[in-house]
Design a protein around this ligand. Structure first.
Ligand SMILES: *[C@@H]1O[C@H](CO)[C@@H](O)[C@H](O)[C@H]1NC(C)=O
Ligand SMILES: *[C@@H]1O[C@H](CO)[C@@H](O)[C@H](O)[C@H]1NC(C)=O
Length: 397
């Protein structure tokens, strides 16, 4: 009798699992990828890309967490985050007081006046009840734990500098009410409602976002606006979103000086467009893996400069083959915009429409451009993209 009961329970679990998978297959595969993606690599740690090589396979990574601060490349290369500062351990996942945040919460940590290297005491689900405002010189280092910021407001980096965000999962970010919110150690002010971006970089410089996993938020996954610059977005995993990345503010607030490096990211299931969309500025897209876009991968307007090197673009069946999209511009205008594809791997009929200056490199000498690896290596270079490194203290990540 007992055995029959046991089998019945097993069968029910199985049916339930199948049901959940069918119900929300993208979500499920995303979570599975998130949690177990790297477990197939049982062998020795392999770090293939130049940023990961700098720290990932060091079994003592947790004894020297701040070493990571020297690993960033590309336009965000001067970012040091909370390097040199104290370690702050977040022990409390709540977010109940946005005026006087409770010590031990993430909100309390990111508002402290001094440089801080912020780590976590355990796995956490954090639902932000209002946008999370930072002060300068902070690192969020979630290595070693599953830190999910989900189901609430997102992160707002406003008029600050020098921020590293590493190893967090962000999804299902929603708009949130404004109201009185602390924005600095000695300042509480009235804020408008937040847009529902996972991360908004507003008027901020020297930002590095590395090894995070992003999915389905109300507005963008990462938006860069209002004269932000010197940003590197590397080793992240993006899924399930219509308009993931928007770089460059409105058409009439020119972000000419915006410079962003997008490297070693994986753009996966359920993406439609804006990977990224760029207005103004200079975006270096290097060694990313694009395995899904429905209408276009890289779009732009307003004379944006886009240099695409060593990426893999794989057009999905039934989706647009063209990687690029010029928004609201006649050819006589956009043929002057410098959009160049060099050494990209184009699969399933994918194609990139070049324009502008083929000798762009001469004009950008001295820029911190990450040197591309051959595009056929992209799968390996991005195989560990996202927040699911599964780092454990005492072992290589
Ligand atoms: C990075 O810092 C160096 C010196 O510390 C400075 O010369 C350089 O302009 C900075 N680069 C960027 C992109 O800000
Ligand atoms: C951040 O750190 C830099 C270098 O340590 C320091 O010069 C700067 O004043 C700090 N910024 C703020 C806003 O505290």
């Amino acid at each position: 009798m007992k055995a029959v009961k046991y089998r019945l329970i097993l069968a029910l679990c199985f049916v339930y699992t199948i049901h959940v998978m069918a119900d929300d297959s993208i979500r499920f595969s995303e979570i599975r990828r998130g949690l177990f993606r790297h477990k197939k690599h049982d062998g020795p740690c392999v770090a293939r890309n130049s940023i990961d090589k700098c720290w990932r396979c060091d079994p003592k990574w947790a004894d020297n967490r701040q070493k990571m601060a020297g690993c960033v490349q590309g336009f965000g290369h001067n970012t040091t985050g909370g390097k040199g500062g104290k370690v702050y351990v977040v022990t409390n996942p709540s977010d109940n007081d946005v005026i006087n945040p409770i010590p031990g919460t993430l909100r309390h940590a990111v508002l402290q006046p001094e440089p801080l290297w912020i780590v976590f005491s355990r796995h956490m689900n954090i639902r932000l009840c209002r946008e999370l405002l930072f002060t300068s010189n902070k690192t969020i280092d979630a290595r070693g734990f599953h830190i999910h910021i989900a189901g609430g407001a997102g992160i707002m980096l406003q008029n600050i500098r020098n921020i590293i965000i590493s190893n967090i999962h962000m999804y299902d970010i929603t708009t949130a009410n404004g109201g009185m919110i602390r924005s600095a150690p000695h300042h509480v002010g009235v804020r408008g409602a937040s847009d529902g971006d996972a991360i908004c970089i507003f008027g901020s410089t020297d930002v590095w976002i590395d090894h995070c996993s992003f999915a389905g938020s109300y507005d963008g996954l990462i938006d860069i606006v209002a004269r932000s610059t010197d940003i590197t977005i590397s080793n992240n995993h993006f899924v399930r979103h219509d308009k993931a990345l928007l770089f460059g503010a409105s058409d009439d607030t020119p972000d000419e000086n915006m410079r962003v490096t997008l490297a070693f990211n994986h753009f996966g299931k359920g993406l439609t467009q804006r990977l990224p969309a760029v207005r103004w500025g200079f975006v270096h897209v290097v060694n990313n893996d694009y395995t899904m876009w429905k209408s276009y991968a890289i779009g732009g307007a307003k004379g944006a400069t886009i240099i695409s090197q060593g990426n893999r673009y794989k057009a999905e069946h039934g989706a647009a083959k063209e990687v690029t999209h010029r928004n609201c511009a006649e050819k006589k205008e956009w043929h002057k915009w410098t959009w160049r594809s060099e050494g990209d791997l184009m699969l399933n009929g994918a194609f990139f429409v070049n324009s502008g200056n083929a000798n762009w490199a001469a004009a950008y000498k001295g820029y911190p451009l990450l040197k591309p690896q051959p595009a056929h290596m992209v799968h390996e270079l991005t195989n560990f993209a996202g927040a699911a490194l599964g780092c454990r203290v005492g072992l290589p990540c």
